[in-house]
Write a protein that binds this ligand. Sequence first.
Ligand code: GLA
Length: 447
Amino acid sequence: MKKQIKNFNLCIGSFIAALLLICAAAGCAGTPAVPETPVTLKDAYKDYFKIGVAINRLVATGRTDVQADNARRTPELLEKDIALVKKHFNAIVNENDLKPILIHPNPGKDGYVFEFGDAYVKFGEDNKMYITGHTLLWHSQVPNWFFQGTETQGASNVSAVGMQVFAQAAPEAGATGTRGTRGGRGGGAGFGGGMGRGGFSGPRATREELIERMRDHIHTVVGRYKGKVKVWDVVNEAIGDGSATYRNTQWIQIIGEDFIPMAFKFAHEADPDAILRYNDYGLENKARRDKLKIIVKAIRDAGAPIHAIGTQTHINANTTFEQMDQALTDLESLGLPIHLTELDMNAAQGGQRGTNANIEGAAARTEGGLISEADKRQSEAYANLFRALIKHKDSVDLVVFWGVNDAVSWLGRANPLLFDGEDNPKPAFDAVMNVAIEAQKNNDYKN
Ligand code: GLA
């Protein structure tokens, strides 16, 4: 008898187990499937926006023997960096290798160097990532020959410029808060950009010459990666400081304000499917957004296509939800998708990215390392930022961190990213993950 009962119990047990299995597989009514807690950034945010990262040429090539700004990695650390990029991100941007100074260091059709740009794009394709391109035109990291008249253009000038390949625009010392705008830019903006004559002597290019160079550059670079690079920063940082709407650059001085719509038209000719973006910093500040609106209107009035706004978002750890909410609400009024293109958050005392065009400026501003409780402040600020992004999820399509980890960041001493120098997640990482998990629990999905 006992045996019979035991058999009967076994039978019932198996029956219930089978039923549970079928239910789990088919998703029976009344037993909602418990979603798995995401462990990667890209999964956590998959219902909201793509999560991208700027990669340097070490990551793109898998080589530690190539020169790259900020980045000296052992083979072991580089392996970890690459694994981290693949695990957490579904979009990439090149930190440097598609900028004019590197991809087009010398004049003419033969002046292009595609090796590292190609490696970058291949990395994205191999890993099925959304590939973005930065940047076709800028006042910095563009070689002098672009602006020089043909008569005096020569090899000596070109090689002098080439030596500055990895100098970058960097923050203004002492700038604080997301409200600050940058003061006037001095003459030494790195790659023959900035104000005034840049780093060459002799006559300047004529308007026609520069337009032709711009057309060739844009057609060649966009054309080469047509269909692969999905988004292009067509123009970077054309907004002026102080009362000027436009930054006073060689582009403006030689061509005029219409260099911007022209550039968008050339890019569209080269790849009609590419998303064309205008990119700038400090758009957390109303004064700069007002200038952005003037530029976007000028692009539209000229009949040129513009498909997205890139807001760099180099911000401070005291940035609030309200500030970001306000900025995003205002940016949305342009009716274009919003991309956060260069997100990092200075956890040190210094502020938002400023005007200084040298890497020492960044070093000075981040001197002293983290302030007390910096991690906590940074986590809270990152959480607030991502809450604002979720609130604006219907316009925000892409959020890109400017660097893989604190050690390779241009603001290294400010520890501005979600991973430390050994690729361990920081408290800010957990904070960002928790915001997505919380939003999913509240069924707060994109429309
Ligand atoms: C700007 C540029 C970026 C990068 C950063 C500093 O924001 O758009 O390409 O050079 O400065 O690293």
